[in-house]
Design a protein around this ligand. Sequence first.
Ligand code: FAD
Length: 341
Amino acid sequence: MAAPKVAVVGAGIVGLSTALCIAETCPSCSVTVLSDQFSPNTTSDVAAGMLIPHTYPGTPIHVQKQWFKETFTYLFAISNSAEASEAGIHLVSGYQVFKNAPKEELPFWSDVVLGFRPMSRAELQKFPQHRFGQAFTTLKCDCPPYLLWLEKRLKATGVQMYTRKVADLWELHSEYNVVVNCAGIGAHQLVGDEKLFPVRGQVLKVHAPWVKNFIRDGDGLTYIYPGIHRVTLGGTRENGSWSLSPDPGATKDIFDRCCSLEPSLRGAQDIKVKVGLRPSRQSVRLQREVLSQAGVKLPVVHNYGHGAGGFSMHRGTAKEAADLVGECVAALQGSSSRAKL
Ligand code: FAD
């Protein structure tokens, strides 16, 4: 058969990284990204981009660990290259602090990040309201630069990118051999997935260049994540809310919570408020499906539902999705050579 045509729907972190993995693992494929929005207008642009995993209750821990490890290894290599600043990837050290010691003192990702250890008493003096803490070094993506870097890589590999809203995956069956669904929260409407729900998140992006270490409250709600240019202050988690309007009450609350962890933030300037909808599910949907109408078939690979962990897991899930695309292509090639016999 001629070069298999693959359409990837979605241009957030999941769509772009999946398209790149497909282009790398299937050089004979012609890959196209179709999306109604590109950076800077995706949920992925709003994210803090920290590599600290959240747990998906419906996915085995060893699988989550593998996704995280692959993502960490991939980004660590970029952070250690001449492209680090353009790609917006850097190492950052800091603290996760708890008011009470957590049940699980060693999270599953503790041996993937660097130098994970309990905080010393002296370090904990910085956080008088907290009694326990973990210190480690992880990676952070500055999200819009990383998305642009991925787009640049895709163009260099010959991947086409078009602005297009897809109303139904089936509409692509006459133009493409395989379709990959990376629509994030858009998959709720696109494929009618009732298990997918938004968890609204509001963050502040501020100018506070003196803040060099990350600080995260163990409850996951309050965090200070320094990036290359701006510091992200978070946050909120509102299950089921579809509102993209900033809430001024939440802005004040986030700022106050972050200042109680890092009082010097009172001097932060140029505060910008951002809102995004985390595409949440019990587990990421990473799955093959074959759509069929009147005897015509369209293989689909789903890769969406990354919730609060799209950056932490993107390369691992992209690799798995690219493998599933490879299986679809092999099945198509098998059936086309059988048809010729
Ligand atoms: P998106 O970025 O939403 O991309 C979906 C794409 O699909 C978009 O381009 C959209 O236009 C397109 N699309 C949708 N429907 C259609 C359609 N019908 N036709 C065509 N195109 C369509 N994760 C971390 O790992 N670390 C963090 O520190 C972190 N912080 C976060 C902070 C906040 C406030 C929020 C909201 C999220 C955070 N996340 C974090 C989570 C992370 O942002 C998401 O998991 C990730 O962005 C999901 O990426 P995605 O590509 O699936 O979705």
